[in-house]
Design a protein around this ligand. Structure first.
Ligand code: PGA
Length: 259
């Protein structure tokens, strides 16, 4: 039986004051979702604040990205050793908002998948669990390319690092058309894609396929979380907008309790 994981991606939101309020609201209710793994992803400048607030709780934290390099002249980047310094257990890798920014400077999606596989390896080596985000764009969705897009990244990650390394990772299916649009995928659609992802891994290693947590992300709210999480291959969610509201986020974590 896989444990559910709910991850709150704050993106570029928050302030010292609003974070304090949000953290207090989540911690206060955390006993009601103690059987669920919960992790928060603040902007990196607030890592210390989040670490201090969560260190004596069961809640985990991480960053929204990491560099594939260990150190050096990479302005604006953060490395795996820095994440270790702040006690991060998780890191988000390959979020579509990062992909879009990179694509603007002309990187091919295939090259990007290789970079994501490199970042994934760096995180694993540092003992940090990578949450690898995968999802099709609205155009790819319309063209029926969902499985192609997902298979490409899963295959590259497995080819570069071996399937066993996936047992230390989390996957997140995040259809780009559902992110921040209020238009979540239906539980049936998401289940179908999650099952495809698990099958793809199953061919290489049934045990890893059975144990890996696969999250759904894209307009998950308090009132649509339960039907999504009740699907057999959906093991929790990666939450953007709704993770900024303590009541809403708590509701989502509670929906994962009985999943
Ligand atoms: P959303 O974002 O919940 O605001 O749609 C999800 C994500 O980007 O991870």
């Amino acid at each position: 039986m896989r444990k559910a994981l709910v991850a709150g991606n704050w993106k570029m939101n928050g302030s010292s004051d609003s974070n304090k309020h949000l953290l207090e609201g989540i911690i206060k209710e955390s006993a009601s979702f103690s059987s669920v793994d919960v992790a928060l992803f603040p902007p990196s400048v607030y890592l210390q604040q989040v670490q201090e607030a969560l260190v004596s709780t069961e809640l985990a934290w991480g960053t929204q990205n990491l560099s594939q390099f260990e150190k050096g002249a990479y302005t604006g980047e953060i490395s795996a050793p820095m994440l270790n310094d702040f006690g991060c257990s998780y890191v988000l890798i390959g979020h579509s908002e990062r992909r879009c920014l990179y694509a603007e400077i002309g990187l091919d999606q295939l090259i990007l998948d290789y970079i994501i596989a490199e970042k994934y390896a760096v995180a694993i080596q540092a003992g940090i669990t990578p949450i690898i985000c995968i999802g099709e764009s609205p155009e790819e969705h319309e063209q029926g390319k969902t499985e192609e897009v997902i298979a490409r990244l899963v295959d590259i990650v497995i080819a570069q690092n071996g399937v066993q390394a996936l047992s230390q990772a989390v996957l997140a299916y995040e259809p780009v058309w559902a992110i921040g649009t209020g238009k979540s995928a239906t539980p049936e659609w998401a289940q179908e894609v999650h099952s495809f992802m698990r099958e793809r891994i199953y061919k290489h290693d049934p045990e890893t396929a059975e144990s890996i947590q696969i999250l759904y992300g894209g307009s998950v709210k308090g009132d649509n979380a339960a039907p999504l999480f009740s699907m057999p291959d959906i093991d929790g969610g990666l939450i953007g907008g709704a993770s900024l509201d303590a009541d809403e986020f708590v509701k989502i974590c509670q929906a994962a309790v009985s999943y």
